[in-house]
Design a binder for this molecule. Structure first.
Ligand code: ACO
Length: 322
């Protein structure tokens, strides 16, 4: 049985760190409100002119170095993002060029905060079908570019960053003891588009900002995330009791802990980075995987569930053995 196995991980955060107190002078908000409602203490913002493909390239180079590979060893790049540099070409082809790759293929994938889970599922399908042997799967965002800085209910929640995995086709036994991606579960329901969206885009000839009915999104999140994670575990013939680490999309500590509780898992099984990164949308899961590995939380052989929900609504989960 062919398996898509993680052989490298890396991340990049822009230098500028912005604490919650930064918002207290311009908005009717407080460090205390932001921390107690979201768990966020600080976030990174990209420098002026620093683009998503630049953040993605840094993360990709870190993941390649971790795998002991060079760009020429890779035959495909998927970049999950909702904040590409330009309408086209894809930010993924910009990363390809920055890495000096002249072969293979690269494309962007857009599923907002669920983007990395969608990208991992897509990469897995391409590895299993033989379309690619070694892939970079990247999540990178500059959500600071789509914030309405007068809207306290959104602009304090998001940050910029990038994370990347190198995954490789390897032979497995076909059992859940294999390293690599064991199962995936993807969902969306477009009837909820008004809960979380950007009110502008190319086809409407407008530019826009992120709009969110936070408490409505929250209501859907815990239920849908726990259900998708459980579905993915079931597809792999596993249960929550088999899980070493939940690596959730980092939007809000209350969603993260609510989902863990619903799955019957204690918080010491959950990788949490939201306090330092804020919500980095499609970048949050690969960032958390990379930071979790660097902290010594995630080790080879660990059974990991990633889960995410975002605009669409779109949500899903991936079960993998590190
Ligand atoms: N500072 C102070 N008060 C604030 C702030 C702020 N920054 N933001 C909102 N408030 C106020 C509101 O105006 C409201 O006041 P009111 O009662 O007078 O109207 C009050 O706080 C409560 O607002 P709620 O929205 O009900 O607060 P809640 O406890 O739900 O927390 C939050 C808000 C943090 C946004 C939460 O709903 C949340 O995290 N939602 C989910 C976000 C998310 O996960 N999104 C999905 C991923 S993002 C993506 O896909 C791009």
């Amino acid at each position: 049985t062919r398996r898509a196995v993680v052989i490298g991980v890396g991340h990049y955060l822009p230098d500028r760190v912005v604490p919650n107190s930064y918002f207290e002078s311009t908005l009717d908000t407080s460090d205390d409100w932001i921390q107690s409602r979201s768990g966020i203490q600080r976030r990174h913002f990209a420098a002026e002119g620093q683009t998503t493909s630049e953040l993605a390239t840094h993360a990709a180079l870190a993941a390649l170095a971790d795998a002991g590979l060079v760009a020429d060893d890779i035959d495909a790049i998927i970049l999950a993002t909702s904040t590409a540099d330009l309408t086209f070409p894809s930010a993924a082809t910009m990363v390809q060029s920055a890495l000096g790759m002249k072969k293979g293929f690269a494309f962007d994938l857009q599923a907002v905060c669920a983007g990395f889970v969608y990208a991992l599922s897509t990469a897995n399908a391409m590895i299993l079908s033989g379309q690619a042997k070694r892939m970079l799967v990247i999540g990178a965002e500059t959500f600071s570019r789509i914030m309405d800085w007068t809207d306290r209910s959104t602009c304090v929640l998001f940050g910029d960053g990038a994370g990347a995995l190198v995954i490789e086709a390897q032979d497995g036994t076909g059992t859940a003891a294999d390293r690599g991606i064991l199962s995936t579960d993807l969902n969306s329901d477009g009837q909820y588009k008004d809960l979380l969206y950007v009110d502008g885009g190319v086809s409407t000839q407008t530019t826009g900002h992120l709009r969110m009915q936070g408490n409505q999104v929250f209501r859907h999140a815990v239920e849908k995330l726990a259900s998708s994670a459980e579905t993915a575990l079931e597809k792999a013939g596993l249960t929550a009791a088999d899980v070493d680490w939940v690596v959730p999309h980092q939007a809000n500590i209350r969603i993260i802990s609510g989902t863990a509780k619903k799955m019957g898992l204690s918080m010491d099984r959950v990788v949490v980075t939201v306090q330092d990164h804020g919500n980095t949308s499609a970048a949050s899961i690969p960032l958390a995987l990379s930071v979790g590995r660097d902290r010594g939380q995630i080790n080879p052989g660990d059974l990991i569930v990633t889960e995410a929900i975002g605009g669409g609504l779109a949500w899903g989960a991936v079960v993998l053995r590190w």
